[in-house]
Design a protein around this ligand. Structure first.
Ligand code: 4AD
Ligand code: MG
Length: 464
């Protein structure tokens, strides 16, 4: 990059001493006495701070007084080898410009550690903490690795719409998109809203998944993936649910469910390796602060095959477990997080892929098995998280798909284009959805999904 400015990260790694450099950043701490002061500054490029050494006599008293925690400064000086503990280089200030002050009386991020709950209330400032700097850098690295993995493996990035007229998961948990006047809705005498005058001339909502359009792409480009925001108006107040989250959805023509499982396992292991190789400092920080087993757990995932079992077998194991679950299990019930975590953490002690779920608890598009009661769905379950991936082989047979759509009374008129893929050149195909924040949650060892996305959207919360 031409005309680049050096970052704190570059300066800390530099071995070219005794040269003049410039750095701009936010002051994390300042300490010292009447003759010498030390300001630790950070610009977000790395978890560590650069120590700026200030000869108090050389600078204006007012300027120095305003260099407080949270202020932003522009420093030019000499980069020298440090004799002090904890750093190899430091910057001897020759000129300091104060960009912005931060009143110590009101700036909320003083030196002391803050609870994650408190930091959620100041999500506009929390990226300036060590914790959120680390999480956001890891989040970025994972996003990059996702694109790299797919690009290296011949997948095309397909941009699926955010505003849709269909409900992929059929769960009805959608946010309405409308420009109708809410105070004066066009309703008929039965109270039904007439959407013909709405912006799109029909009922629309924010997408819950890019899958249906992703399948259209796979039926032409063979290997595609989506990576975009998805929205669910489910009232789930848990540490693993967001109303707005990012999902990665590969969809591949000619893959059966076994190929799909192989892809999911290889993909997750690649992403974990990528972070282990590229985010060492941030992982070590998070491990020390929050989760002593973090790095070992990540390595463990990568050195073991995921266990693959059917739903029927999973139910047997749970029924014989002797555990008192909050939600009782029986064949036909959906697996809850407590069940998933028992299978992963207590029984198999490694990631588990559960396949062949009852048809009644899964979405309409999953391929029906010959037994007439299960479908070729697959969920990947992870320690601490439970479900991290949900996917399936898709029903490619037009008649079987139509029958399921009718049984579930899904609005056929919204799905004509989807059905066309089964009419024209239909082919076996499979795909899955990885919840990006669940992945970031797992990789960072954080405990709450609200702390791995910059500005979380949850029930009753859309601040910032
Ligand atoms: O299992 P889900 O609902 O599957 C689908 O949406 C499929 N259409 C995907 C596909 O086959 N292409 O969601 C997929 C994943 C879940 O496994 C979970 O990781 C994540 O998305 N997820 C959520 N993450 C955060 N907050 C929520 N409310 C989530 N709901 C699902
Ligand atoms: Mg699911």
């Amino acid at each position: 990059m031409k005309g680049k400015k050096e970052t704190v990260k570059q300066l800390l790694n530099s071995t070219e001493y005794d040269r003049t450099v410039n750095i701009k950043g936010w002051v994390r701490t300042k300490r010292g006495n009447n003759t010498i002061a030390f300001a630790a500054i950070n610009d977000g490029s790395v978890i560590h701070n650069l120590q700026v050494v200030i000869d108090v006599q050389k600078f204006d008293e007012d300027l120095l007084k305003n260099i407080t925690t949270g202020s932003c400064i522009n420093v030019t000086g000499k980069l020298v080898q440090s004799l002090g503990k904890g750093q190899t280089v430091e910057l001897q200030a020759e000129n300091i410009e104060l960009y912005g002050t931060a009143d110590p009386e009101t700036y909320p991020l003083q030196k002391k550690g803050h609870s994650l709950e408190f930091l959620r209330e100041i999500a506009h400032l929390r990226p300036r903490t060590n914790t959120f700097g680390a999480v956001l850098r890891i989040r970025h690295t994972l996003a990059f690795a996702i694109h790299k993995y797919f690009n290296d493996n011949g997948f095309y990035y397909l941009h699926t719409p955010i505003i849709t007229g269909s409900d992929c998961e059929g769960a009805g948990e959608m946010f309405r998109v409308t420009t109708l006047d809410l105070k004066n809705l066009p309703v008929d005498d039965k109270g039904t809203i007439d959407y013909s005058g709405d912006f799109f001339g029909k009922e629309t909502n924010l997408t819950v998944s890019g899958q249906l359009e992703g399948e259209l792409g796979a039926m032409a480009l063979s290997k595609i993936y989506t990576f975009g925001p998805t929205f669910r108006a489910e009232n789930s107040n848990t540490p693993r649910h967001l109303a707005e989250f990012w999902m990665i959805e590969p969809e591949v023509a000619f893959y059966d469910i076994n190929d799909n499982m192989d892809l999911a396992e290889d993909f997750l292991k690649y992403l974990i390796s990528y972070v282990l190789d590229n985010c060492k400092d941030d992982l070590e920080f998070l491990q020390n602060m929050y989760d002593k087993e973090l790095i070992d757990r990540l390595k463990f995932i990568n050195s073991n095959n995921f266990e693959r079992i059917t739903y029927t077998r999973a139910i047997e194991i749970l029924e014989q477990s002797g555990q008192q679950f909050e939600f009782p299990v029986h064949w036909g019930s959906d697996l809850q997080t407590e069940h998933e975590r028992y299978l992963v953490e207590k029984y198999f002690k490694k990631p588990v892929i559960v396949t062949d779920y009852p048809m009644a608890i899964k979405a309409f598009y999953m391929k029906q098995n010959d037994d007439g009661r299960t479908v070729r769905g697959m969920d990947v379950l992870f320690p601490k998280i439970g479900e991290i991936i949900g996917g399936s082989q898709r029903e490619e047979n037009f008649n079987k798909l139509m029958q399921r759509i009718n049984e579930l009374k899904l609005p056929q008129k919204d799905l004509w284009w989807y059905l066309d893929t089964r009419k024209y050149g239909s082919a076996p195909h499979s795909g899955f959805g990885l919840g990006f924040e669940r992945l970031v949650l797992f990789v960072t060892g954080m405990g709450n999904i609200r702390d791995v996305i910059p500005f979380p959207r949850t029930p009753k919360n859309a601040e910032f």
